[in-house]
Ligand binder design. Structure first.
Ligand SMILES: C[S@@+](CC[C@H](N)C(=O)[O-])C[C@H]1O[C@@H](n2cnc3c(N)ncnc32)[C@H](O)[C@@H]1O
Length: 244
């Protein structure tokens, strides 16, 4: 599905959020508390916007790896890196978030932007982020959440349940033929993906629930902020320093 939407992904993000998604990524990058020289992993990096934001902060001398299991998304990310010019250039690599191909304690921080709600096993994905981050490092989760208070909750329901799938149908119509899914042979269309999106948000834990999941995988000092009128949540926690 993500390979299928790679070509329209950035445009849809801008259309759906009026361009605000860059601001939310910058806020998430703040929570990673990285500095020049830091090593950071951006899990489920997609087209790489959060990885590029992090790269600006770890330059000079740092390292940013963006990993994802959709090669179509990674290709877009790599093309942006080429256009990005000087500074730290993120490496974009294939990787399954549930089984990250990195050694324990390889990074000073790990982030995931709008990816965690797609994990088949949220706890396993979070545990992998904790495993690859060194003691004292940060794990940050940027995700869409459901506002509970009117009038934004009403606007959000209409926007997400009606407008976003309609934008997806438009983008699909303007794009080429549907591709065939490798596993099931089912037709996965762009319109399907943008109907899946609101449903995936509804299935995802509340901000309190996500904080509890983060605590269960061993993170400490978990804090979260809710921004954009209750539509976006940024959670962060610290990997414990194990006593000898
Ligand atoms: C909605 S996009 C988010 C992309 C990007 N992080 C951003 O901020 O725009 C979700 C991404 O998660 C990736 N993804 C979902 N599950 C994954 C997994 N188990 N392993 C690796 N990538 C995964 C998808 O391929 C897709 O690129």
């Amino acid at each position: 599905m993500f390979d299928r939407i790679a070509g329209v992904y950035d445009l849809m993000n801008t259309a759906m959020t009026a361009g605000l998604h860059h601001r939310w990524r910058a806020r998430a990058a703040d929570e990673a508390r990285v500095a020049p020289g830091s090593r950071v992993l951006d899990v489920a990096t997609g087209t790489g916007d959060l990885a590029l934001e992090l790269a600006r902060r770890v330059s000079p001398g740092g390292e940013v790896v963006g990993s994802d299991f959709a090669e179509g998304m990674l290709d877009r990310a790599r093309a942006k890196t080429d256009a990005n010019g000087a500074g730290v250039r993120p490496r974009f690599e294939w990787g399954d978030a549930l089984e990250l191909p990195y050694a324990d304690d390889s990074f000073d921080a790990a982030t995931v932007g709008f990816g965690a709600r797609n994990f088949d096993d949220l706890a396993a994905g979070l545990a992998e982020m904790v495993r690859v981050v060194a003691p004292g490092g940060r794990v940050v989760v940027l995700e869409i959440t459901t506002p509970t208070r009117p009038p934004l909750s009403l606007f959000y329901r209409v926007w997400f349940d009606r407008v976003v799938p309609a934008l997806g149908r438009l983008a699909g119509a303007a794009s080429s033929r549907p591709s065939r899914s490798r596993d099931s042979g089912a037709q996965v269309t762009i319109a399907d993906a943008y109907t899946y999106l609101p449903n995936s948000v509804k299935r995802f834990p509340s901000p309190e629930g996500l904080a509890a999941e983060m605590e269960r995988v061993g993170l400490l000092e978990i804090r979260y902020l809710i921004t954009a009128g209750g539509i976006v949540a940024i959670h962060a926690g610290t990997v414990p320093v194990v006593q000898a």
